[in-house]
Design a protein around this ligand. Sequence first.
Ligand code: URA
Length: 327
Amino acid sequence: MVQFEYSAGAFIFLKERGSSAFKLLLLKKSNGEYDIPKGHIEKGESSEQAAVREIREETGIHATLLPYFHSDTKYFFRKGKKTILKHVRFFLVEAEDDRVKISFEHKSHEWLDPNDFRERIKFKDIVKMLPEVLDYILRYMQISKINDEYASLPKNSKSWDLSSRLVPGEGPLNADIMLIGQAPGRFEDESGRPFIGRSGRLLDEMIKSARMKRNKLYITSVVQFFPPKNRIPTPEEIRLCKPLLIGQISVIKPKFIILLGNVALEAVLGMKSVHAHHGTVIENGSTTYMITLHPAAALRFKESKKIMQQDFEKFGKEIKRGTTNGA
Ligand code: URA
């Protein structure tokens, strides 16, 4: 009879100072095999909690898991007379520095560049996961760089009238679907997260009616700073902030982009009047654009909410046809 076991672990990477290169942590076990930190999920623990605990026990690193990423694997092995099917969930962790304190379970550790890591590790399932893991780390470093640039823009000049707090895009960095709004509101400014106020709650309803899941979408805005009194951002503000949005699009490379409202429609496609174009689906190379109203409009007018709902239902069906990763 097959028994099941559940484990969790992580790929731990360390950025090299002043370059876009990084290293991965490899542990050498007492039997000479190489592995990455992982271990049993204890009773009452989530896979995230187990990964954080195992990392601390095996490396001394107090880890924060990168949000949205995990990669699962499973394999059979024999334990005495029993056959075990082991499920393992791996997360991603960025190390702050190269300090590692190994436990009695390991003989040594090494920080290796991705090619050396691939050569050294013999577990086939980990080797198979590597392209996805390396791709995600690269995207994470690219997004962090561009967000950091914007977060540290000099905002003390007289002409800067937006909030000083960046509300960056949020979601998986390899999402198939991106949603683009106008600019954060007061709640978003306070929390640093997009679409979590009243507009966000209405957007959540729309996402549900399209049979999508919010945690599979990358959600952002054209201007990622709160314009005081919720005013529409000025053309100059849009011009200044657009490179951040374009950077996010080029890192995430979504298959589908849903444009919410006039500001997003004009900034991305150079088109005017969301009321004239809502419900439209435009295929352009490898990206399909979908146009609808901004949730703030749908909050104000019943008719707009109905329109937005119908658009989202339509988009949900289109996306289902075009991907297996959207719902
Ligand atoms: N409206 C937007 O356009 N963006 C947000 O992040 C929140 C509300």
